[in-house]
Ligand binder design. Sequence first.
Ligand code: GDP
Length: 294
Amino acid sequence: FDGLSRSLEKAWDSVRRDGKLTAENVKEPMREIRRALLEADVSLPVVRRFVKKVEEAALGERVVKGLSPDQKLVKVVYEELKTLMGGQQAELVQPKYGPSVILMAGLQGTGKTTAAGKLALHLKKKGLKVLLVATDVYRPAAIDQLVTLGSRIEVPVFELGTDVKPPEIARQGLEKAKQEEYDAVIVDTAGRLQIDERLMEELRETKAAVNPTDTLLVVDAMTGQEAAGLVKAFNDAVDITGAVLTKMDGDSRGGAALSIKEVSGRPIKFVGTGEKMEALEPFYPERMASRILG
Ligand code: GDP
C-alpha cells in the first residue's frame, strides 16, 4: 500500500468544503479507497463489501466530537480496516490438556517449512518444549530442510523417512510428544504447486490423525488476488484456525492481508518478515491498518 491516506488526499476537498460527510461528497473518497485497494491486489468481492461498510459507517449517526469530516472518514476507514483483519491480535489456541498441536498447511514455496521452524523457535523462547514433525514425504529435501532448521534452532525433528504415509508419521510424532511430555508439536505437511484433491485428502487425513489445536494456512504475501480462492479452498477442506502471512518484508502490495479474514472468518496469527528463524511476529490488525493508511 502506498499510503491510502495520501491517495485520499485529493479526494478530501469536497468533504472539507461541505463541513460534513454526505452521500454526495463521500463518493470521490470511496472511489479512491476502492482504487487503492484494487491496486493493492485485494480481491474484488472483498473490496466491494469493504467500501459498502465504510460508506455506511461514514454516513451513520455516530457523532465524533472534535473531528473534521475528513478526519472522521479516516477514522472510519481505520476502524473498518482493523475489523476486516480480525480486530484484535489472535493467539494460538490453548489446549485443555496435552500438547498444542499445530498443523502447517499451504502451497509449496510459500514459506511453510520456514514458518514451521520460526514458530518452533517462537514457542521455544516462551519456554515450551517443542517437537517438529516432518511429513513432507514427496520431497526428500523437505525433510532434510526441516532437520537442518531444527538443529539450527535446537528443536528436535521427528521423521520416519519417505516410506511411511504422512498421517501415520504425524500420529507417531504426536504419540512421542505425549509420552515425552512435549508442550507443543508442529507438523509440517506436504505442499504442492497447485491445490489438488489428493493433497487436500491427505491433509484431511493428517489432520484427523492428530486432531490439531491449530491448523495454520501459510500464505505468501505476494499472492495477491488469488489469495481469496486459495484461502477458501483450504478452509473448505480442513477448516483452518488461522493463517501465517509470509514474506511481508518483500515488496508485496499487501492485498492478501485484507482478504484472509474476510474469506475464511479466520485471522492472520503471525507474519513472516524475513528468511531468518527470528523473523516471525504476531499479527496486529491495528498496526497493519495504520501502515495501510500511511
Ligand atoms: P515451503 O515450500 O512452503 O516449505 O517454503 P520454504 O519454507 O522452503 O520457503 C521458500 C523460500 O522462501 C525460502 O527461500 C525461504 O527462505 C523463503 N522465505 C520463507 N519465509 C520468508 C519470509 O518471511 N521472508 C522472506 N524474504 N523469505 C522467506
